[in-house]
Design a protein around this ligand. Structure first.
Ligand code: KG4
Ligand code: ZN
Length: 338
């Protein structure tokens, strides 16, 4: 029998609701972005984000279901992101999902947001075979993950300071680009020469699969400042291209190194930064014949369809959350806290 799962995602600044059947057929995947709301602050304001989730979630639930042609009674499970993320934002989704599961007498499935990002790949390629290497690059995370089976993760490396998306956003701000910076920086970089300003590639110790982007960000800031002090004209597109190339080089090299070390033939990309075109083109070039799977950009950035997909596999395992489920802002990948 078909398993339609309704999922709610409110971990940061996008309110999203989706219905996915059997972890693969996306019946609806609506995202209400709060970008306009946070733009004047230059970043997500947690209090403002949770209040907006509260306002839009109920209408979004109704609209999503209406688009699927299904009724509430057709659903088989209610899924929700319960961490990591902003506490107040997560709570809005968790409370709504608990109420829905209770009212509809359906199992509640609690999903880790990062697991959701990884499962965006199963939405587009349900037949993926383990083991897999996944690079999860978002606004809050830069993790290299060995996926050994459904729900079985080994984090091989992670960032020691700024996440890749955070570095993109901070450098974009220094370049006076619009919020949120990542996609704008990518657009500016397309007009620049990445070789004009060879920024450092932070590889850390020999063989390390960890990341560190804060030094690179500082190098960009200093180079701009030095140029201004000397009264030199700065080509912002070259700065953007040089920075992007440095980040992409490090991400790609370490991902391929992880695949080599663990003898893995398939590499996945996940998270908002996976929408970056340069990263999407460089990884397959460097992957040495390995298969590279990259979800379409709309499934890389925060959305509830990826949560519904991850939830489907938990549903098959009978991994349900209790009615006492709470938000876990610092939830780690591979960890259950319910
Ligand atoms: O996964 P996501 O939507 O939210 C989090 O879970 O953090 O990722 C958002 C991050 C932001 O830092 C955003 O600037 C970055 O992904 N991002 C990009 C691009 N699109 C989104 N960074 C570089 N190039 C892009 N095209
Ligand atoms: Zn995310």
């Amino acid at each position: 029998m078909a398993v339609p799962v309704l999922a709610i995602e409110t971990s940061c600044d996008e309110t999203s609701v989706a219905v996915v059947v059997d972890g693969v057929e996306v019946r609806a995947n609506l995202v209400a972005s709060q970008v306009d709301l946070h733009r004047r602050f230059g970043g997500v304001v947690p209090e403002v984000a949770s209040r907006r989730h509260l306002e839009v979630l109920n209408p979004l639930l109704a609209e999503t279901l209406a688009r699927t042609g299904l009724s509430w009674q057709d659903l088989r499970a209610v899924a929700v992101t319960y961490g990591p993320g902003l506490a107040g934002s997560l709570l809005v989704g968790v409370m709504a999902a608990k109420a829905l599961a209770f009212a509809l007498d359906l199992p509640l499935v609690a999903v880790n947001h990062l697991e959701g990002h990884i499962y965006a790949n199963f939405l587009v390629e349900p037949g993926l075979e383990f083991p897999l290497i996944c690079l999860v690059v978002s606004g809050g995370h830069t993790d290299l993950v060995l996926v050994e089976g459904h729900g079985a993760y080994r984090v091989l490396g992670r960032t020691r300071d700024d996440a890749a998306g955070e570095a993109f956003d901070k450098v974009a701000r220094v370049l006076e680009l619009d919020y949120p910076g990542g996609p704008h920086l990518e657009r500016l970089a397309a007009r620049g020469d990445p070789a004009r300003l060879p920024f450092p590639r932070p590889y850390l110790e020999e063989g390390s699969l960890d990341f560190s982007f804060s030094g690179l960000k500082t190098a960009v800031v200093y180079s701009l400042r030095r140029a201004r002090e000397r009264g030199l004209e700065v080509n912002r597109a070259d700065v953007a291209a040089g920075f992007q190339e440095a980040v992409v080089d490090v991400l790609v090299e370490k991902t391929v190194m992880a695949a080599e070390r663990h003898g893995v033939d398939t590499i996945l990309l996940a998270g908002g930064v996976a929408a970056n075109r340069r990263l999407r083109e460089r990884l397959p070039e460097r992957a040495g014949g390995r298969r590279v799977v990259v979800p379409p950009p709309a499934l890389c950035t925060d959305n509830a369809a990826m949560i519904a997909c991850a939830a489907y596999y938990k549903y098959l395992r009978g991994d349900f959350a209790p009615a006492t489920l709470n938000a876990v802002p610092d939830l780690m990948l591979g960890e259950d806290r319910y």
